[in-house]
Design a protein around this ligand. Structure first.
Ligand SMILES: C[C@H](N)C(=O)N[C@@H](CCCCN)C(=O)O
Length: 452
């Protein structure tokens, strides 16, 4: 063994500073994902978007991840090209996609700018604005999910053997700050003197700024690699093999956790995309206030996720916490559908559910799956999860359009919410099966982190 030299990752200031940098990239990613949700009624007013069109716009993010298996493929590319080149490539896709989306809504484009004629020449039932915005969001989605995989790997690289669980909790908190800002800033920015599309341009520039921040991170990463190479500490990833995926699919615990991931996230993210419009319609609130209520969900998770992460590390009970989180999700959606209980309260409670499940789910995968396969495991889970993030926003929009007469003053969301509650029930079932299976497989999901 060579002399152990101090590297950049041994300096706490640099380590946590670099977490802030990649956290900024994640926050921009989540900001853009949610930035148009409070603008649903504005998009209807300006471009005639139906609920189905809006659902299509939300869901196109997931198409590259479902059909091109981008999250899995991204993991393979990551192994081959490394963090810097892969990260740069996929954050660039995010920025390019975000700018195209903003261009599709801009006056330059709608007044016959580049591509308008082409986008008007086919499928006339979809507006040229919608088509250009769909293209932008598709490219954004192509980069966004793989970037999350890259950033997870960056965190392991810098924090392994140090404050890894805490770093993961903080990373998720920073990501959710992006969602919180989106729901509050977009309704303010639509009132800008420069026009309502300022809200979309701001989101696009935020993502572009995150590309610059990532380029600064690349310099730190290069320096760390040079230091680690000198020490012989540089960790080479295992190449991706198809047989790895086969082993994962044949593991019942892994499949239950993946199916819980699919159903649980499908009942949360697509709901969140429609939530501001739901509050606006059900409670007759302003765009600003309904956006603010939606932002209670990410706010709750910013505090509760690190807390539950700590509980799981110290006391275990991860499988039970996933059951409680799923149960709360079902109860909240049922209350949203059939009662007028204060939506602020219900959103905070939903925030508890949305902390319980991610805080116990992602570390549990590390217990079920061999460390060498963790990248493929997350990539596979993301791809399956994206099937739900693709289908359910469209279904939510279709159900809304079918259960409400055209031009109705306020949309009735009851059936859409019943759909989300039903997804929650499925998630609850998979969480119960996971806990039962754990007694047979013995992965120790109910045990504290350091006992396995
Ligand atoms: C949307 C994305 N695919 C996702 O699942 N995000 C999770 C965090 C995943 C962390 C994996 N190490 C979320 O809860 O936002």
């Amino acid at each position: 063994m060579g002399n152990l030299k101090i590297t950049l990752r041994d300096n706490a200031w640099i380590r946590w500073g670099m977490l802030l940098m990649v956290g900024f990239v994640l926050a921009a990613n989540y900001y853009f994902y949610d930035a148009l949700s409070p603008l649903k009624s504005k998009l209807t007013e300006e471009f005639g978007f139906s609920s189905t069109d809006f659902g299509l716009f939300v869901s196109v993010y997931s198409i590259p991840n479902v059909f091109l298996l981008m999250a899995v493929l991204g993991g393979v590319i990551l192994d081959k090209l490394g963090i810097r080149r892969t990260g740069f490539m996929f954050v660039s896709f995010m920025a390019f996609g975000a700018l195209i989306t903003a261009y599709g809504a801009s006056d330059i484009y709608t007044n016959g700018g580049w591509g308008y004629g082409f986008m008007s020449s086919f499928m006339p039932s979809y507006s040229p604005e919608l088509k250009m915005m769909l293209l932008g969001r598709f490219l954004f989605g192509l980069g966004a999910e793989t970037s999350i995989v890259v950033i997870s790997k960056i965190i392991v690289k810098w924090f392994k053997g140090k404050e890894l669980a805490l770093a993961f909790g903080v990373k998720l908190g920073l990501a959710r700050t992006g969602s919180f800002l989106a729901f509050n800033l977009s309704p303010i920015l639509i009132e800008s003197p420069a026009g309502w599309t300022t809200a979309i341009w701001f989101a696009a520039f935020f993502v572009t700024a995150s590309l610059i921040v990532f380029m600064i991170y690349m310099m730190l990463d290069l320096k760390l690699d040079r230091q680690s190479q000198q020490d012989g500490e540089l960790v080479k990833s295992d190449p991706f093999r198809l047989s790895d995926l086969k082993k994962l699919i044949l593991n019942p615990s892994f499949m239950y956790v993946t199916l819980l991931c699919l159903t649980f996230y499908s009942a949360v993210f697509p709901f969140l995309s429609f939530s501001a419009d739901f509050f606006l319609n059900k409670f007759g609130l302003s765009v600003k206030e309904s956006g603010f209520i939606s932002s209670m969900l990410p706010v709750g998770t910013m505090f509760f996720t690190p807390l539950f992460g700590f509980v799981v590390d110290k006391y275990g009970r991860a499988a039970s916490l996933m059951i409680y989180g799923s149960l709360i999700l079902v109860l909240v959606h049922t209350c949203f559908a059939f009662t007028t209980i204060n939506p602020y309260v219900l959103m905070v409670i939903l925030g508890i559910a949305f902390s319980l499940v991610p805080a116990s789910m992602w570390p549990s995968v590390a217990k079920i799956v061999d460390e060498k396969r963790i990248g493929s495991a997350y990539g596979f889970m993301f791809s399956i999860q994206n099937i739900g993030l693709w289908i359910f926003p469209i279904l939510a929009g279709v159900v809304l359009d079918k259960t409400n007469a055209e031009g109705v003053e306020s949309l009735n969301y009851t059936f859409t919410l019943i759909m989300f509650a039903a997804l929650g029930i499925l998630g609850l079932l998979f969480a119960i099966l996971l806990k039962r299976e754990d007694k047979i497989s013995g992965y120790g999901l109910e045990l504290p982190s350091n006992s396995k």
